[in-house]
Design a protein around this ligand. Structure first.
Ligand SMILES: C[S@@+](CC[C@H](N)C(=O)[O-])C[C@H]1O[C@@H](n2cnc3c(N)ncnc32)[C@H](O)[C@@H]1O
Length: 213
């Protein structure tokens, strides 16, 4: 919580001060994160580009909140960063490998989730899977909200849905859909292995799921 509070305060300071660099560069500098050459280039370009909301050419409709300006060069630099992160198999923007390894070593990952992640790693589309840290965040949200009904559109092989199903109470239900039969078969197998199949109602088609809901 303390860490989140510090980050929120830092972002708030950035939001009100046009002289500060854009968020990624600011966050990297504030947190002392190491960045590789492609990231460094993207961050340098983000730091030297015009402030968000002051685009060149100007946005057709200037927005009141600077951070919502999607056509600015800073947004493009941020997207390039995210793509680079995904290509390297890391889904935590701005984290260098030792920091990410440390995070992974401290994430509480159910053994069945770990097996699923390892099986999915060699499958087509595995970069779509949420990271263990993201899945843990979803599970935490289920717990702190006291949710007992959840919905997931797009299960893939089931990593995030399994994390949610494991966090749900026995009476809880997750309604989920996935149009790719092969991925869905993997997900169903892992729901069984984790003993949560009774909590998950699966549809192939989004429309069927919406009608049912
Ligand atoms: C980003 S992946 C989901 C990853 C998943 N959350 C995980 O952690 O493994 C998105 C999935 O949505 C599925 N999808 C996309 N459009 C869909 C639709 N209209 N109905 C059902 N599934 C859909 C895709 O086949 C893909 O597997």
């Amino acid at each position: 919580l303390e860490c989140w509070r510090k980050s929120a305060n830092a972002m708030r300071r950035w939001a009100v001060s046009p002289s500060l660099p854009p968020p990624a560069a600011f966050a990297a500098a504030t947190l002392g994160l190491g960045v590789g050459p492609p990231q460094a280039r993207a961050l340098a370009s983000a730091a030297t580009s015009p402030p968000l909301g002051h685009c060149s050419p100007p946005c057709p409709r200037p927005r009141r909140r600077r951070s919502l300006c999607s056509s600015s060069p800073s947004s493009a630099a941020m997207t390039a960063l995210a793509v680079e992160e995904a290509r390297r198999g890391r889904k935590q923007l701005g984290m260098d490998p030792p920091l990410y390894d440390y995070l992974l070593s401290n994430v509480r990952e159910h053994p069945v989730l770990r097996d699923l992640r390892e099986e999915t790693a060699s499958m087509r589309g595995s970069q779509m899977q949420v990271s263990p840290a993201q899945a843990q965040l979803l599970a935490m949200l289920v717990q702190i909200l006291g949710a007992d009904r959840c919905i997931e559109v797009g299960v893939y092989t089931g990593y995030s849905s399994l994390a949610v199903a494991l966090a749900l109470p026995e009476s809880g239900r997750l309604v989920a859909c996935e149009r790719d039969e092969r991925s869905l078969e993997v997900a169903k197998r892992y729901y069984q292995l984790a003993g949560v199949a009774h909590k998950v109602i699966v549809f192939s088609l989004l429309l069927d799921m919406i009608s049912w809901w």
